[in-house]
Design a protein around this ligand. Sequence first.
Ligand code: 4NP
Length: 159
Amino acid sequence: MNEPNKPRKILFVCLGNICRSPAAEGVMKSVLESENAKGWTIDSAGTGDYHIGDLPDSRMRSAARRRGLDLVHRCRQVRESDFEDFDIIIGMDANNMANLRRMAPTTEAVAKLKHIAEFLPAGCGYDYVPDPYYEGAEGFELVLDLLENACRNIYQAYK
Ligand code: 4NP
C-alpha cells in the first residue's frame, strides 16, 4: 500500500512535453538510480498536443547527454487516466498548473497537483522552470540545473 505522503508514481508536466518535463523525467530517474531506489514510477506528459510521438527537442537531448542522460521519452499529452494512475502531478510553471487544474476531473485529482516551485531551492532565483523552447542554449542548461536541484529535493521529500 502506498502511503499518501509517500508518492511513488510521479508525472512531470509541461506544455510541449519535448523540453522541460521529459528532462525532469530523465533527471528524476537518474537520481533514483543513483540512490538505488526501487518501486517508483516516473513519467512525463504535455498539456498541449503539438509534438505527440516525438523524441525530446534535439537541443534538450544534447544538453542532457552532456550530463550523462539519454532522453528517450516519446511525447504524449496528459490524459484523464493520469489523474488516477499517478500519486502526484508536477507542473513546471503557472500556465501548466492552470491547464492541469482545468483538465483535472475531480477534486481528488486537483489535490494531486503540485507546482515545481515547492521543490526549487530558496535563493535559486526561480520559482518555476522557464520554457527554453524559444531561448538559446543557456536556457536548456538552466532547465537542467533547476531540475537537478528540484529532483533531489523531491527524492528527499518522499523517499
Ligand atoms: P516544453 O517546451 O513545454 O518545455 O516542452 C515547449 C515545446 C514546444 C512548444 C512549447 C513549449 N511548442 O509550442 O511547440
